[in-house]
Design a protein around this ligand. Sequence first.
Ligand SMILES: Cc1cc2nc3c(=O)[nH]c(=O)nc-3n(C[C@H](O)[C@H](O)[C@H](O)COP(=O)(O)OP(=O)(O)OC[C@H]3O[C@@H](n4cnc5c(N)ncnc54)[C@H](O)[C@@H]3O)c2cc1C
Length: 458
Amino acid sequence: MTFDTIIIGAGWAGAVAARQLSRSGRKVLVLEARDRVGGRARTWVHGSNTIDIGCSWIHGYKEGNPARGIAEELGVTAHLPKAAQPGLYGPNGALPKETAVALGGALASAVAAARTPFPVPEPTESLADALFDSESKLFTSGVDRDTALGFARTLEVPLGLKLENASARWAGWEGATNFSGSDAAPDGGYEALVARVLDDAMANGAQVRLNAKVTEIKEEAGGVIVTAGEQYTCKTAIVTIPLGVLKRSLGIFSPSLPERYTEVVEGVHVGVLEKLLLRYSEAWWPNASTTGGYTFLPTGPAPSEGSSALEVLEGSTLIVANFGAGTLPPGPSPILLAYLSETPATALLKLPAEEVGAAFHEFLQKRFGVQGPKPEEVELTQWLNDEFALGATTTPSVKSQGERSPMDFKELSRPLWDGKLGWAGEHTEMENRGSVAGAVISGLREAARVEWLLKKGV
Ligand SMILES: Cc1cc2nc3c(=O)[nH]c(=O)nc-3n(C[C@H](O)[C@H](O)[C@H](O)COP(=O)(O)OP(=O)(O)OC[C@H]3O[C@@H](n4cnc5c(N)ncnc54)[C@H](O)[C@@H]3O)c2cc1C
């Protein structure tokens, strides 16, 4: 049987493309290397608790993110978090609300100034160069310099990079056009939502094979042959393999991809973001029912080779979500979830998860100044080591090879082999790279392009 389209990868991009094409009556096969669908949409489940440990927010929920529309079509609701107090901890304990407000305002001003820099920064200039400059607005809050520096590192979570590695020229470039503003979390978790998208595709005849790692994609007259254990033939193929994985998979294409394409694949940077979840028997920490999250500023030196897990945590800025406050359905649960940015994540992933969990528990007791029961469960994500992700998402970096620009993401979307080989995934969307919105838009884009090609009769 010849498929109209074979889609490689069953994350957001692949699922959306499969749904669109199967709704148009196209014969679609989805090949997914994992034993589950969702890709970087992954949900931790315990009883009625569902917590996303990959993507968690529909960014720009009220501002038109297409993931919202898809969720609604499939009957999946989403919720904006209820209001809760933030908590900011310096080296000597909780900081007053006014300090947090002053730091937030100064950082926002510094970021705004760095967003539209003129003259345009050199490609080697980092966000740290811009934000830590002695003239930076970061230091206008009246709070001491170390506290301001530690606070600025909260930006490293969404960037997926330490500030010294983030490109001053391009980090946040898409901020004026991407989906942002309000954030909502899909009820039941993101992974189940992707599964619903694929269920809908299958109801329209699409086939989905799990444990089907694609090892060869070959052009042949009039089509493409895809190997995943078995060989499958199709008129068109859409590859949604994440960029980190694609960097190591260039050998699976025959004929080889053009140098212009591979230069971009190799050059664009993939960032790091991990989540560390502790589940307790009770929410023992201060103001558990009223504080939405805690930001911990460093109490020790920046982590270095050989730092213990506790030293890594103490030397880092950590953002910790508190599920004890019940700001999202199904209600309060005694769970804390830390977002680990590049520096702590790369150091902690070298250690066993149990050791990291124990160190985080010790860290929390010290910082909160109270003792709590031992955690009942520890979950530490491994996106950086996961052979089918190899990182969080694309992010503009001074560490990239070659001259980079947002046009790279366009370049990565350009079809090859007379249009028969298409590309989708967050890394192929210039204005929404690094997000679910980007993956969804790319899936819709490629489905429309392939549909047009098939109508023309490839
Ligand atoms: C920790 C974390 C938090 C995030 N938070 C948010 C957030 O709150 N909001 C947001 O909008 N975005 C967030 N993101 C980004 C978002 O998760 C991604 O942009 C999006 O899920 C990417 O979808 P995709 O389809 O492009 O790739 P993926 O979901 O990675 O799908 C690609 C699929 O290809 C499969 N694959 C790989 N190699 C092969 C092969 N050889 N053969 C077959 N299949 C293969 C993979 O297994 C995977 O299923 C976050 C990401 C991470 C890691």
